[in-house]
Design a binder for this molecule. Structure first.
Ligand SMILES: NC(=O)c1ccc[n+]([C@@H]2O[C@H](COP(=O)([O-])OP(=O)(O)OC[C@H]3O[C@@H](n4cnc5c(N)ncnc54)[C@H](OP(=O)(O)O)[C@@H]3O)[C@@H](O)[C@H]2O)c1
Length: 421
């Protein structure tokens, strides 16, 4: 794999910054900035800067960050101005972007990073867009040495690292991989931001307009390398159903269509160590009995209603103007503080042995916890990822950042990864 790896930098050609946070003026970007400042200060072990398209807005964000923040450098770049993105890449080893919807505002930055050898991570959950980026820039990223890691938030770090954790434990305790894993969301409290609402609506619009995009969105192997985009039929919870293994009623989980694609990409990038018949799916667990069944129906209908409303132009406009948060808006500090999530991973080996793990997070999944996950992922990418271990190309959180990230998440970011009975 030595071909195409960017040579190690000497001290003299070390860029000015380890990390630039682009999108620092957005709802999630501000939270990531707050987190990075609380962990690393300004001008400390991490040489980092805030970036965005408006200097005035950046100054206002820096002022709001409070003590220590005043020392943070501010850089301006517009995600549709390639020259400004190239200039940004020239000054930093890594860029963390919270500029979304990524399909609308993220492509030129990925191109600039792939061309310049700048490492990159983001919060996208937009599968068709990730596939376009992968197909367009994988060869160039390999040649330049840029490591690109999408999905470094609630989608898909807990799922991707949770599966990796359970598979490691299976090899350790059972001497064989798990060929079937179900992830059930046991409990979760959180809500969405304007940027996430806009990204979800944009995916629904794209898949309605173009059948080839819809085919990509439906393929569980859509993000796998080109020679691995087919495989065994994958399970998929479409509506309310009872699951014996999880002993619970289930309803569809909105992030499953993203997380399952990342887990399958991680599997493929490692050469399919869990077997060619590895099955993985995700669902919301709503409990047992009549109450569990009623909740499963309720969730399923609500999700179906959202998808239907977002797919029809008049209701989509109404939802966007009346019911959904606007760009820059999101859950309050109190809502983020009170939020949490608890995910159960239930696995079986080919000969029927069972192993379970639980992954938990201590803030609302989409923002409080996501900001910490992205901050730790960006720090790991920028400062602690040897190029001989992870060469240039598109990776997933578990295959690029793996146990280094898991350790930081448990130590600093309120996540736990534990085996359970
Ligand atoms: N995976 C996850 O778990 C997860 C969690 C949270 C969010 N997200 C995703 O993260 C993204 C951001 O969400 P959000 O709620 O933070 O959105 P937001 O508040 O609307 O923020 C968007 C940011 O993008 C910037 N931006 C827009 N156009 C730009 C351009 N041409 N050049 C430079 N910057 C530009 C905005 O700058 P201005 O301030 O100048 O407008 C703002 O900083 C969304 O795609 C969302 O889906 C994912």
């Amino acid at each position: 794999m030595s071909e195409g790896i960017r040579p190690l930098m000497t001290t003299s050609d070390k860029p000015e910054f380890d990390l630039v946070l682009l999108g620092a003026t957005g709802f999630t970007g501000r939270l990531v900035a707050e987190y990075l400042l609380s962990r690393h200060g300004a001008g400390g072990d991490l040489r980092w800067a805030l970036a965005g398209r408006s200097e005035d807005k950046l100054k206002a964000v820096r002022d709001e960050l409070g003590p220590g923040g005043e020392a943070l450098p501010l850089l301006t770049a517009d995600s549709h101005d390639r020259a400004s993105l190239d200039a940004l890449c020239a000054r930093t080893a890594a860029i963390c972007s919270t500029v979304g919807p990524y399909a609308l505002h993220g492509s030129e930055l990925v191109a600039a990073c792939a061309a310049s050898g700048t490492d990159y991570c983001d919060l996208t959950g937009e599968v068709p867009w990730m596939r376009r980026m992968l197909d367009a820039h994988q060869d160039q990223a390999r040649a330049s040495g840029a490591r690109l890691v999408h999905c470094c938030g609630f989608d898909s770090i807990p799922s991707d690292l949770g599966v990796a954790f359970l598979q490691r434990a299976a090899m350790d305790k059972l001497g064989q991989p798990l060929t079937r894993i179900r992830m059930g969301v046991e409990r979760m409290r959180g809500t969405m931001s304007g940027g996430t609402a806009a990204s979800m609506i944009n995916i629904i619009e794209e898949t309605r307009k173009d059948s080839s995009v819809a085919r990509i969105a439906k393929n569980p192997y859509a993000l796998c390398p080109e020679n691995a985009r087919e495989g065994v039929r994958q399970p998929y919870v479409k509506g309310p159903e009872f699951d014996e293994a999880l002993d619970s009623w289930l309803s569809p989980f909105v992030m499953a269509a993203i997380n399952t694609r990342i887990v399958h990409r991680s599997h493929a990038l490692q050469g399919h160590p869990w077997g060619s018949d590895f099955h993985y799916d995700e669902a919301m667990m709503t409990g047992r009995g009549f109450a569990g069944r009623r909740r499963a129906w309720g969730w399923s209908l609500a999700l179906g209603g959202f998808a239907l409303g977002a797919s029809l132009k008049p209701t989509r406009s109404l939802m966007a103007s009346r019911f959904l948060p606007k760009p820059g808006e999101g859950p309050s500090a109190e809502q983020r503080e009170k939020g949490f999530y608890r995910l159960l991973f239930d696995g079986n080996t080919a000969d029927g042995q069972r192993l379970r793990a639980r992954v938990t997070g201590d803030r609302d999944p989409g923002y409080g916890s996501t900001a910490k996950m992205l901050g730790e992922a960006a720090y790991t990418l920028a400062t602690d990822l040897p190029r001989d271990a992870v060469p240039g190309g598109f990776w997933t959180p578990s295959t690029a950042l793996g146990e280094r990230l898991e350790t930081r998440l448990t130590k600093h970011a309120g996540l736990t990864f534990k085996l359970v009975n």
